[in-house]
Design a protein around this ligand. Structure first.
Ligand code: C2E
Ligand code: MG
Ligand code: MG
Length: 646
């Protein structure tokens, strides 16, 4: 009883110990085998007392050793030598089992009951090779022992053939041992199979999760690119091409990067989630909304041919730009949208087209939308070619500056020049600045090229000054250049290096970018003014200038866009506009320059309308510095052989 208690305690100890479950089970089986041996020993002791000690002594001794060997095996398991312990146990059983079967008279031995349990044990715990060897030897040994029982080659003592109570006890012990070992092994198998089932379930679950992940964007739950494409293809197959088409929207948030920079990425995530919800709210049922990554979304749907996609684009823009709270403060996000539509194009093609249209929006006004057109594609291709060609343009000295004179209309004197960039080498389609400068402005190259233009112009200006032609030098500066907060400093450095007097340098800014006041730009312009550099507003009349802003900036000249001159042949409407501009400009202390004067008639008209300065082919086309200098030197102050206006 005490031993059983101890065993129970040992079992508890073992269960709570650090041994792996299968080792703990092994130890329990071994313990049970020890108990079995012990009970058998008691049974034998009883028999030897009641019958003859000599008859049972060999068996008693033979079973006494395994009791200790199994104890040793148990320790081996605890020391982590599992394989060794199993092999010793199997070897031990191979010796004991056939001997006991022989001893007990062969076929009728109750010990035979234990053989299947032993085989099961070997199958579960031994390696395959050890299992095969053990079972083969055991089968042969037991077979021989049983044959021996029949033929009596080595007869055991007939007294050993148990009968009565000892046989009952021996059979009982063998049965209980077999049942326990089979139960223990069976339970382990059962648990193992259950674990396999659970694992299988988990694998299935994670498989479907992986599948879901491969279809949806993790952050927003919207379709990802792959899933969007799959759905698009299905919708496309069912499209009734005679009356339906697919409409595709490419939506890209404006200045999303600054949200990430200003706040942090979690704020960015919050915005993305909000926008995703809003797009879904804005679109009609059946629209597939997806996130292509970053701040790019798509939405597509099947529509009838007369569907109004402009209305939907506006609705999406309206929903996106609604105010929302970002970390407690109100914020508004806008988006640029590209729209493409077709009943033939694949997903990839429509996406590309809508993307192209989106870029147009982004480069123009933002917070708006544009449709894809074939023309847009041509332009896109052209831009790509230009960008490729211009990559190393500065190093390769692809550019030159040409100069066009500015003439005082009243005195016919050349008072200055405008420097205009020319792409003179490797220019595939003879692109002019009006075509390649906007492309350049979409890259960082604009800063280097811009600096180069100012430096070249100042160098030329200084050279002419030294030769006795004190002309004003006007350079065109793109809005992008002014967003560089070191711009004014760079201009200052150039003026110092070239020794060109600042008051002779004029910066021409297009009216377009003055529409949006910008703090960095304002600062740069103020610094330039402090340097003594003058400012002119180019292409005036094409956009919307805030007159108050122009006054604050202390602009020196307005250059009226040449489209006005082109309309002078129909003078009724345009003349009053030009007159109004010149009057206002003069009140504000600005000079008025008229660009694009080509004919004496135009000159006469603009002089009459109050313009001070003229520029145009009438006097000269833009020319390389050397040619213009030649003309200046031969004609002097009125170089272009023009009659003085009366
Ligand atoms: P802009 O600054 O308004 O320059 C005047 C444009 O009108 C020049 O075109 C000039 O060649 C052209 N022009 C002058 N007189 C006449 C005329 O009588 N008739 C006609 N039809 N055209 C005349 P260009 O050189 O092709 O330059 C186009 C635009 O490219 C410029 O317009 C300016 O905005 C930009 N650009 C030129 N050079 C530079 C530069 O160095 N930097 C920057 N950022 N932009 C430049
Ligand atoms: Mg200009
Ligand atoms: Mg202009």
């Amino acid at each position: 009883m005490h031993k059983i208690k101890q065993l129970y305690k040992a079992k508890k100890r073992l269960i709570s110990s650090d041994l792996p479950t299968s080792d703990r089970r092994l130890v329990l089986v071994f313990r049970f085998v020890q108990v079995t041996i012990l009970l058998n020993l008691i049974n034998i002791l009883y028999l030897s007392i009641s019958q003859s000690v000599d008859d049972y002594l060999p068996l008693f001794v033979l079973l006494l050793f395994p009791l200790f060997i199994v104890e040793y095996i148990n320790r081996l398991v605890k020391c982590g030598q599992r394989r060794k312990s199993i092999n010793i146990f199997l070897g031990l059983a191979l010796v004991i089992l056939p001997f006991v079967v022989w001893f007990e008279g062969g076929l009728l031995s109750p010990t035979i009951i234990m053989i299947p349990a032993f085989v099961m044990f070997a199958a579960l715990y031994a390696t395959f090779r050890d299992f095969v060897v053990t079972v083969t030897i055991l089968t042969i040994a037991v077979f021989i022992v049983c044959l021996n029982g029949i033929y009596g080659w080595l007869p055991s003592n007939p007294a050993h053939q148990l009968s009565g109570f000892p046989r009952l006890i021996a059979t009982f012990i063998a049965t209980v041992t077999s049942v326990y070992v089979t139960w223990a092994i069976g339970t382990d198998l059962h648990v193992a199979l259950k674990e396999v089932d659970t694992e299988h379930e988990q694998v299935k679950k994670s498989q479907s999760r992986v599948e879901a992940l491969s279809q949806f964007d993790l952050l927003t739950g919207l379709h990802n690119r792959k899933s969007s494409k799959d759905i698009f293809n299905k919708m496309f197959l069912e499209l009734d091409k005679t009356r339906q088409r697919m409409v595709f929207f490419f939506i890209d948030l404006d200045s999303f990067k600054s949200i990430n920079d200003l706040f942090d990425h979690s704020a960015g995530d919050e915005v993305i989630i909000t926008i995703a919800d809003r797009i879904q709210l804005a679109v009609p049922e059946g629209t597939i909304v997806g996130r292509m990554g970053g701040d790019e979304f798509t939405a597509f749907l099947v529509v009838d041919k007369d569907f109004d996609e402009d209305k939907l684009a506006k609705k999406i823009l309206k929903y996106i730009s609604k105010k929302h709270h970002l970390f407690g403060s109100p914020a508004a996000v806008t988006a640029s949208i590209g729209v493409a539509s077709s009943n033939e194009d694949s997903f990839d093609l429509l996406l590309k087209k809508a993307d192209m249209a989106m870029y147009l929006t982004k480069n123009k006004e933002k917070n708006g939308y544009h449709h894809y057109t074939a023309e847009l594609e041509k332009k896109h291709m052209k831009n790509t070619i230009i960008q490729d060609q211009l990559k190393d343009s500065l190093k390769q000295e692809l550019f030159e500056l040409h100069y066009q004179p500015k003439i005082d209309i009243h005195t016919n004197e050349t008072i200055g020049v405008e420097a205009l960039i020319r792409w003179v080498k490797n220019n595939p389609n003879n692109y002019g600045p009006g075509e390649f400068m906007p492309v350049m402005e979409s890259t960082k190259l604009v800063h280097d090229i811009g600096d180069w233009v100012i430096k070249e112009a100042c160098k030329t200006g200084k050279h002419w000054h030294d030769l006795g032609h004190p002309l004003t030098m006007a350079v065109n500066v793109s809005s992008k250049q002014l967003t560089n907060d070191a711009f004014a400093e760079q201009v200052k450095a150039i003026l110092e290096v070239t020794k060109f007097p600042p008051e002779y340098l004029q910066i021409e800014l297009t009216e377009q970018f003055l529409i949006n006041e910008n703090e960095i730009v304002n600062k740069q312009l103020e610094s330039l003014k402090r340097l003594g550099v003058s400012l002119a507003i180019d292409d005036f009349g094409t956009g919307y200038s805030n007159i108050g802003y122009l006054t604050r900036l202390n602009v020196d000249a307005l250059k009226i866009d040449q489209s006005f001159v082109r309309q002078l042949s129909d003078p009724d409407g345009i003349c009053s506009v030009i007159r109004a501009i010149t009057k206002t400009a003069k009140v504000m202390g600005m000079k008025v320059v008229m660009e694009g004067i080509e004919t004496p008639y135009e000159l006469e008209q603009v002089a009459e309308l109050g313009c001070d300065i003229g520029q145009g082919y009438l006097w000269s086309k833009p020319k390389p510095a050397s040619q213009l200098l030649e003309q200046l030197s031969s004609f002097g102050k009125t170089p272009f052989d023009m009659p003085q206006l009366s």
